[in-house]
Design a protein around this ligand. Structure first.
Ligand SMILES: Cc1cc2nc3c(=O)[nH]c(=O)nc-3n(C[C@H](O)[C@H](O)[C@H](O)COP(=O)(O)O)c2cc1C
Length: 294
C-alpha cells in the first residue's frame, strides 16, 4: 500500500501529521509523536513574544475540547536556541514550522528559524475577517523564503474560498483548514463559572464536533484553488482521515483526539490506514484524493 504524499514539493511517508498545539509544544512531546510514524511534524505556533495563557486553558467536553490557549508560552529565543535545534536533531522527518501573525512579526521570525524548517505554516487566527492581511502575510513570507508557505485558515471568516484565494494570490503554496471553531462556552453550573480561565470564559472548539464543518471547508477550498489543501478538524480514526482525503486533502492533521487519548492515537490511525484503503479497493492514498464529487 502506498501511503506517500507530496505537499508543495515536500515528500511525506504518509499523510498524517500532528496539528500545532500542546502536543507539538516542546522537543520531548514532539519526539513521542514522531515515534508513532507520522509523515511530518508541525511545531506549536511561535510568535515574537511569549503568549500569556490563562488557566485552565483546556476543557474537555462530552465530545471534543474547548481551549483558550494562544501561541507558544516560551519566548522565540527559547525555540531558536534550544527547541528547534533539538527537534531537528531528534526527528528524522520534514518539519513544518508554525509562526504567527502580522507581517512585521514574520519579518523578524522567518530569517531566524529558516534553517530549521522544511516548510512554514502561518496561522491567521487573529487577523480578523478581511482577506487583505492573509494576502499580505503570504506575500511577506514568500519574499523572505523560497521554502513552501502554507496558510492556515480559521473557520470564523466570512468566505473561506475568498480567503484561500487571497493566500494563493499572495504566493502561498498550500492551505491548511481549519483551525478551531468558535468561540464557544462551557458553564460549570455548580460554580456558575466557565470551565476556561479566559476573561470572558470563552474558548475555541475542536475534535469530533467540528469534523463535518472541517470536511466541508476542505472540499470548498479544494474546489476553489489550485494548491494542496491540508485537512484538519475532528479526525480520530483512519476512516475520518480518508474522508478528508476524499474531500480533497493531500495531507491531514490531528490534535484533539491525541490530547484526549494520548499520542499512540497517531500510531493507531496509521496502523488502520492501509486496511481501510484496501477495503475501499485502493492501492494508494493518492488514488482517493478529491474522489468526492459534488
Ligand atoms: C489546546 C489547543 C491548542 C492549539 N494551539 C494552536 C496553535 O498554537 N496554533 C494553531 O495554528 N492551531 C492551534 N490549535 C488548533 C489545532 O491545530 C487544530 O487546528 C484544531 O484543534 C482542529 O483539529 P483537531 O480537531 O484535530 O484538534 C490548537 C488547538 C487546541 C485544542
Amino acid at each position: 500500500m502506498d501511503l506517500s504524499v507530496e505537499i508543495a514539493g515536500v515528500q511525506l511517508e504518509n499523510p498524517l501529521m500532528p496539528a500545532a498545539g500542546p502536543i507539538t509544544g516542546n522537543p520531548n512531546v514532539i519526539a513521542r509523536v514522531a515515534e508513532q510514524g507520522v509523515g511530518c511534524i508541525v511545531t506549536k505556533t511561535v510568535s515574537t513574544e511569549a503568549a500569556e495563557v490563562p488557566r485552565p486553558s483546556v476543557a474537555r467536553l462530552s465530545s471534543g475540547i474547548l481551549n483558550c490557549e494562544k501561541w507558544a508560552e516560551e519566548p522565540p529565543s527559547k525555540w531558536i536556541e534550544d527547541y528547534y535545534p533539538e527537534i531537528v536533531d531528534r526527528v528524522d522527518k520534514p518539519i513544518i514550522v508554525s509562526l504567527g501573525y502580522e507581517p512585521d512579526q514574520l519579518e523578524e521570525l522567518i530569517p531566524k528559524v529558516h534553517e530549521f524548517a522544511d516548510a512554514f505554516e502561518l496561522s491567521s487566527h487573529y487577523l480578523g475577517r478581511n482577506p487583505d492581511p492573509i494576502r499580505e502575510i503570504a506575500a511577506t513570507a514568500t519574499r523572505l523564503t523560497d521554502k513552501p508557505v502554507l496558510i492556515k485558515l480559521s473557520p470564523h471568516v466570512p468566505d473561506l474560498k475568498e480567503f484561500a484565494q487571497a493566500a494563493v494570490d499572495g504566493g502561498a503554496s498550500g492551505i491548511v483548514a481549519i483551525n478551531s471553531l468558535g468561540p464557544g462556552l462551557q458553564i460549570d453550573l455548580e460554580t456558575m463559572d466557565s470551565t476556561l480561565g479566559s476573561d470572558d470564559g470563552y474558548g475555541w472548539l475542536s475534535g469530533p464536533p467540528i469534523k463535518h464543518i472541517a470536511l466541508r471547508a476542505v472540499n470548498e477550498i479544494y474546489n476553489a484553488v489550485d494548491v494542496p489543501v491540508i485537512g484538519v478538524g475532528g479526525i480520530s480514526t483512519a476512516r475520518d482521515l480518508l474522508e478528508f482525503v476524499a474531500a480533497g486533502a493531500t495531507g491531514t492533521q490531528m490534535l484533539s483526539a491525541a490530547l484526549s487519548d494520548g499520542s499512540s492515537k497517531y500510531g493507531e490511525v496509521l496502523e488502520n490506514l492501509p486496511k481501510e484503503l484496501e477495503k475501499l479497493g485502493k492501492n494508494s492514498v493518492e488514488e482517493l484524493t478529491g474522489a468526492y464529487k459534488q
